[in-house]
Design a protein around this ligand. Sequence first.
Ligand code: MG
Length: 272
Amino acid sequence: MNHKTHCRNAQAGIMNKTTKILLPWMLSSIVTLGMASTVQADDVDDKTCPPEAYAMALRYQQQSAEIEALQRQSYALATAKLQQKIAANPDVDDLAIMTDLDETVIDNSALLVRDMQACHDFTGWDTWKVWEREGHPRLIPGARAFLNYADANGVTIFYVSDRYQENKASTLDTLAALRLPQVDETHVRLLGPSKGERRAAIERDYDLILQLGDSLADFSSDFHHADLKDQHRRVAEDSAHFGEDWIMFPNASYGSWSDADLEAWAAPLKTQ
Ligand SMILES: [Mg+2]
């Protein structure tokens, strides 16, 4: 007799002996059990948490050594290219680089993970302003060494980010606490004018030799409102920029691709 059969037979024996005595209690118990299962079902519904769909991407972005390797690889490439460009341009006072902040120089994954664990969809970005004011982002590995290299060689750095202008004092404090060079009112340029306008303003005064970002729109306004198909076309067209004067950083946690349809193998699922 296996365990399940034994339990069923034992229950049947109790029913025969005690049905009359326990009938009222049993009926009320059935009603109670019915209610309990309804409550339990509601609980399950309440516990569905769509933001948990972000967990795999956030785990990769925050915890994988592969992301750290990619970030270090991007900064190694940026350093090599900067070295070349400095060697080719003796008048270093004219040279500038422009870098994005979020997920390029600083890592905001702790906010995204906190929101996900609270079942709050961070892509609504309604917790972002508080993070700008009170959060403590980490440095992306390799960022400080690269930026110090640019600074030590007399290259002007512009931190161009779509962080909020109203929180600029907090962002300056955050960057200063991370001991990044050239962090001041002039060299940190936040949202107000579009990124394209801010880039054009830098190009009026400097030879912009290198751009760093985790989003294609960090490099060119052409990507700003482009749909995904158009973005792919432009990436192919602009391929000579990547690894040359545009240095791309990996960000699996958010982006203009996040609602894209996936493509699946049409074959029916079979195992073994
Ligand atoms: Mg960014």
